[in-house]
Design a protein around this ligand. Structure first.
Ligand code: VG1
Ligand code: CO
Length: 542
C-alpha cells in the first residue's frame, strides 16, 4: 500500500471548543480542512503507530465521507486497529463505552451534536482519550500546537471500504473491525438497570414516547425500549436517522422538541416522554403535564439512583457544571457526599470520574451521566428514570413534588440570545467583567447584588486551572445568574444567561417564568443585554 505525504500548511483556528471542533459543513469539506485536523490530532497525541482507535459518528451529512478520509489517514500513520460502527455510525455514549471496553488508545467521533446537520448546517469532530472521555484542556493545547506547525498529511492511497457488513477488513497493515453500533451499549445498560422491572411496568400499561429527533438514537431506543422492554413500536418517534435530522435542530429541549412537549402537556399524554440529541448524549425528561429541568433531573437521580442495581452501593460523590442549578448540591449535602462545581463541558468531569471521586454528574444543558462511561448519556438517563419509576411506583410529577417538598425547589431557566454580533457579545462580557468588583451592594431592577465573580476552576485531581469560565452574579434572597458565551456555535456569538431562584417553602408549583422574571429584569439592567444587542427577548428559553 502506497503512503503519500501530502504537503499542507496550518489552517487558523483549529481549536476544539466546549465539545470538539465545530464548523459549517462546507468549511469541513473544503480541501484539507478535515485532513489537517485529523493529522494534528495524531501529531499532538504522540503519533498513531500501532495504536487502536474507535471511529464513528452521528450519521449527519458528510459522516460517511469523513470516515473514509480518517481511515486513510490512520492507515497512513501506521495505526494498528480501528473499530468502526456499522455504516460509520456510533452514538457518542456508545463510542465512549467502546473505547473503554476495547482498551483503545482514543476515538474519533464525528458530530456537531445538537447543532443542525446538512451541507448548509454544521459538522464536527471530537477526539476522545483512552479513558473514553473528551480530550482534556492539556491535550487540546497539544493538538492546537500541532495544528499550528503542520506541514504534511500522511495518507494511504487506498480505496473506500464498505462499512455495511459486520466483520474484519484490512487496509494495508491496518485492521478494520466493523461492529454493530448497538450491541455493546445494550449489554452495558443491561448491567446497570433492571430492564425486567421496566418491561413489567410497560406490560402493566405504562405508556411512553421517546423522540429520537431523526438522529442517532433511533436504533438504540428501538432495541432498548421496544425490543427489550416491550414498549409499542410507536413509542419511538422520529426514529429513522436522517443526514439532516429532518431539517430540525436535534436538541432535546421544550423549544426544539415542541411536538413531544405538546403531546405531554395535552389530554392524551403518555405516562413518560423523553428525547435525545444528534449524537445521543443529551436527554430531556418529561412526565404527563410535567417538564423536568435537567438540573432537577440530576438532583432527583442523585437522590434515587440507589434504586437501580448498578448504583445500589450508593454514590461516591456528584458533580455539576457551574451554570447548572444547585438542586443537586442540596441532595449531596443531605447524603453527606462530596459535590464538585466544574466549568461547562464534559471534559471537566473526566478526572473526577477516573479518580473515583464522583459517580454521577450532569449539566443544565440536558446532559446527565455516570462513571459507566466518560460522556453524558441520553438513553442512560431515560432508563434511569424508568427504573426509578418502576421501583418507586411513582409518576414523574409525584417524584418531583416529593423531591421539592424534601429539598426545596431551584426554579431554573436558561435564556439564549443566538447569532449576536461577536464583537457586541465580547464587549458586553468584558465590560461586565470589569465592573464585577463594584457590583456587590448595588441594586438593579429591585434586586441587590451580594457577590459577583468570574468563575475559575482548579481541578482537584491534576491541579490544572481553567479561568474565565462564566460571570456569576449572586443576589439577595437566593437568586443567581450566570452569563457566558457558547463554545459550540458556528456563526456569530450565542449569549447564554442562566437564571436560578431557590424557594424552600410556600408554593413550590409556580410557573418558573413568573418566579424568574424579576431576576431576568435585574440581569438585563446589570448587563444591558437589550440595549447592547437590540434583543428584547431571548431566542430560546429552556
Ligand atoms: C453546550 C452546553 C454544554 C455542553 C456542550 C456540548 O456548550 O452548554 O453544557 O457540554 O454544549 O454538548 P456551549 O459552550 O455551547 O454552552 V453536546 O451534546 O452539543 O456535545
Ligand atoms: Co450531544
Amino acid at each position: 500500500m502506497l503512503i503519500h505525504d501530502i504537503p499542507t500548511a496550518p489552517i487558523a483556528g483549529q481549536k476544539a471548543g466546549t465539545s470538539g471542533l465545530r464548523r459549517k459543513t462546507r468549511e469541513y469539506m473544503a480541501p484539507l480542512f478535515l485532513e489537517n485536523y485529523v493529522q494534528a490530532i495524531i501529531d499532538g497525541t504522540g503519533g498513531a503507530q500501532g495504536k487502536t482507535y474507535v471511529l464513528g459518528g452521528d450519521g449527519r451529512y458528510f459522516n460517511a465521507e469523513a470516515i473514509q478520509i480518517i481511515l486513510r489517514i490512520l492507515a497512513g500513520n501506521g495505526a494498528g486497529r480501528v473499530i468502526v460502527g456499522q455504516g460509520g455510525v456510533l452514538s457518542t455514549p456508545a463510542a465512549s463505552h467502546l473505547i473503554r471496553k476495547t482498551g483503545a488508545d482514543g476515538g474519533f467521533i464525528l458530530s456537531a451534536s445538537h447543532n443542525p446537520g446538512g451541507i448548509d448546517a454544521d459538522f464536527g469532530l471530537k477526539y476522545n482519550m483512552a479513558n473514553g472521555g473528551p480530550a482534556t484542556e492539556t491535550m487540546t493545547a497539544a493538538i492546537v500546537a500541532a495544528s499550528e506547525k503542520i506541514t504534511r498529511i500522511r495518507m494511504a492511497d487506498s480505496a473506500d471500504i464498505t462499512l455495511d457488513a459486520l466483520g474484519e477488513v484490512t487496509i494495508g497493515a491496518i485492521q478494520v473491525r466493523v461492529i454493530d453500533p448497538v450491541d455493546d451499549y445494550l449489554a452495558l445498560m443491561e448491567e446497570l438497570f433492571d430492564l425486567d422491572a421496566i418491561a413489567a411496568l410497560v406490560a402493566g400499561g405504562f405508556t411512553l414516547r421517546f423522540d429520537a429527533m431523526h438522529a442517532v438514537t433511533g436504533p438504540y431506543a428501538r432495541a432498548l425500549l421496544v425490543d427489550r422492554c416491550g414498549a409499542s413500536p410507536d413509542s419511538v418517534m422520529n426514529g429513522t436517522p436522517l443526514p439532516d435530522f429532518g431539517g430540525g435542530h436535534p436538541d432535546p429541549n421544550p423549544v426544539w422538541a415542541a411536538d413531544l412537549m405538546g403531546l405531554m402537556m395535552g389530554p392524551d399524554a403518555p405516562d413518560f416522554g423523553a428525547a435525545s440529541d444528534g449524537d445521543g448524549d443529551r436527554n430531556m425528561i418529561v412526565g404527563r403535564g410535567c417538564y423536568v429541568t435537567p438540573s432537577d433531573s440530576l438532583a432527583l437521580i442523585a437522590d434515587r439512583a440507589h434504586l437501580a442495581k448498578g448504583y445500589a452501593r450508593g454514590l461516591a460523590g456528584v458533580a455539576r457544571s457551574m451554570p447548572t442549578s444547585a438542586a443537586v448540591d442540596r441532595v449531596a449535602a443531605a447524603k453527606g457526599i462530596a459535590c464538585f462545581e466544574t466549568p461547562t463541558g464534559w471534559k471537566f468531569f473526566g478526572n473526577l470520574l477516573d479518580a473515583g471521586r464522583i459517580t454521577l454528574c450532569g449539566e443544565e444543558s440536558a446532559g446527565t451521566g455516570s462513571d459507566h462511561i466518560r460522556e453524558k448519556d441520553g438513553l442512560w438517563a431515560v432508563l434511569m428514570w424508568l427504573n426509578i419509576i418502576a421501583v418507586s411506583g411513582q409518576s414523574v410529577a409525584a417524584l418531583m413534588a416529593t423531591h421539592w417538598r424534601t429539598y426545596g425547589r431551584n426554579y431554573y431557566s436558561r435564556h439564549d440570545y443566538e447569532d449576536v454580533d461577536s464583537a457586541v457579545a465580547a464587549s458586553l462580557m468584558s465590560d461586565l467583567r470589569e465592573r464585577l468588583e463594584s457590583l456587590p451592594g448595588q441594586g438593579f431592577a429591585g434586586l441587590t447584588v451580594t457577590k459577583a465573580d468570574d468563575f475559575a476552576y482548579a481541578d482537584p485531581v491534576d491541579g490544572s486551572v481553567s479561568s474565565s469560565q462564566g460571570l456569576r452574579l449572586f443576589f439577595e434572597g437566593g437568586a443567581r445568574a450566570v452569563l457566558r458565551l457558547s463554545g459550540t456555535g458556528t456563526s456569530g456569538a450565542t449569549l447564554r444567561v442562566y437564571l436560578e431562584q431557590l424557594v424552600t417553602d410556600g408554593d413550590l408549583h409556580q410557573d418558573a417564568g413568573d418566579v424568574l422574571a424579576p431576576l431576568a429584569a435585574a440581569v438585563d439592567a446589570v448587563a444591558e443585554i437589550a440595549a447592547r444587542t437590540g434583543r428584547t427577548a431571548p431566542d430560546v428559553r429552556t
